[in-house]
Design a binder for this molecule. Sequence first.
Ligand code: NAD
Length: 356
Amino acid sequence: MSEAPCIVLLPGDGIGPEIVGAARRLLEALGEFKFSEELMGGCSIDAHGTALTDAVLETCRGADAVLLGAVGGPKWDTTDPDAPRPEQGLLGLRKGMGLYANLRPVRPSPALVGASPLRPDVIVGTDLLVVRELTGGIYFGDSGRDGDTAHDTCEYSVTEIERIARVGFEAARRRAAGSGSKPRVTSVDKANVLVTSRLWREVVGRVAPDYPDVELDHLLVDNAAMQLVSRPADFDVIVTENLFGDILSDESAMLTGSLGMLPSASLGADGDPGLFEPVHGSAPDIAGQGIANPLATFLSAAMMLRHGLDRADEAARIESAVDAVLERGLRTPDLAAAGESAVGSDEIADAVIASL
Ligand code: NAD
């Protein structure tokens, strides 16, 4: 029998310990895992004076996967540029773990399609994944200001494009495995204007023959932004560069209408551990009240199983259990419509665990 995977839990601050605690119970109910729980974010600043210690980074690098809650809160908000900040821990982890691909799935639970700002007939059936390049492009190119002029440079290399394209194709394959549907990748660029985008399109096209089972099409980013709200259900995997991905992943996130439901993953080189976390923050306004919605963290654990540990069957069990519980009408306060009654974190977590 293979050894139990080693998972580092980084609960963080605010509601982090509540939602990660619930996710640990969920994983324990699902199978054998070895957990190591570490400090990162504001809690680490309090204990060690820094948001991420070298020792914790090393532990994360040596694990099979890392599951994070959220970091930050008013206690550590400061205008002192020299004071440590919780989000430095996140940046340190991304850099130290070499995470270059951000994955954000958007799959509104059938029971929650009413929460979307789009009409139910437009949103129903939506199940897409935005794969965003995380370490290149205009955010990391040369920039500067000279009097009345400023510039930001967008640069991409063949290597950077090729590795993110492969993440997109592989993710499409994993999502389609066992479903009977043909995996599809939509590469988004601005090749009619930008030279970096023309290189992007060329390289993605060159990688595609390695994945003959995956259908590839290309869309210009302005067109993609429109199609995402007019026919979201037609997308499977969207792969794009850093700036376009930043914007399109937030646009896609809004399709569900519920922040407490959105998971994400950041991946590095093949075989290295990934980082899995809900999209929302540490929600200090509701911390300690037992009403935080743990479902985005549950769905992040599902992403960890599928994309980080190659355990797609267990990922699907979590996703189905979440759907089943919502179908039965259970809602945490953030999901409840006006007049609808709500349950606490423990109750919804127990219900999901019982439905596995
Ligand atoms: P937030 O996502 O924490 O909260 C926004 C609103 O959504 C709040 O009303 C909150 O109560 C609610 N909410 C968020 N997650 C919820 C959940 N799981 N269940 C129920 N309600 C939920 O964003 P914010 O208020 O802008 O930021 C709060 C803190 O979190 C800040 O310190 C910010 O820097 C930090 N933050 C951290 C991350 C991260 O760790 N990745 C991401 C975003 C914000």
